[in-house]
Design a binder for this molecule. Structure first.
Ligand SMILES: [Zn+2]
Length: 152
């Protein structure tokens, strides 16, 4: 497309590359602390454990199960390309593994949203336009797969 700036595309760096490559394969990763007496999982991915500050943290594949913690229906967003997508449901979900995650709920009418409802991870492939953040696997098309959630 054009050169319009976009605000929906993640930038992969050396650390988050594994996360985005897994997302391209429809796998959701989180981080798990291996420190003695901790073992906490966290999201978004950090290089250290936000609970005990250990750097002994590894990638782990999440089950993709989550429940709805809170949400907000967005009717206006001036950052491209979100303006074309409104209304959409911005949400925080609680992963079965514990961490909460900012995401978007798809495939569910607003009036059916309920705190605690069961959700499953899904992935939306977004065209990168000029910005090649990650070359995903899948069907060989460039793009970034972004985790979203839908009713289980
Ligand atoms: Zn820890």
């Amino acid at each position: 497309m054009g050169a319009a700036p976009r605000f929906d595309l993640p930038e992969a760096d050396a650390f988050t590359r594994a996360y985005w490559e897994a997302a391209a394969e429809r796998r959701l990763l989180l981080r798990r602390c291996r420190a003695e007496g901790c073992g906490a999982a966290h999201h978004y991915p950090r290089e250290f454990c936000p609970r005990c500050w250990s750097e002994d943290v590894v990638w782990e594949e999440a089950s993709g199960h989550a429940t709805l913690y809170t949400w907000s229906v967005v009717h206006r967003n001036d950052l491209p390309p979100f303006g074309e997508r409104v209304p959409y449901v911005a949400a925080v979900v609680e992963l079965a593994e514990g961490p909460r995650m900012m995401t978007e709920i798809t495939g569910c009418p607003e009036e059916l949203l309920q705190v605690g409802m069961a959700l499953r991870a899904d992935f939306r492939r977004q065209e990168t336009g000029d910005t090649v953040a990650v070359t995903g696997g899948g069907e060989g098309e460039g793009g970034v797969a972004v985790p979203v959630f839908r009713p289980a």
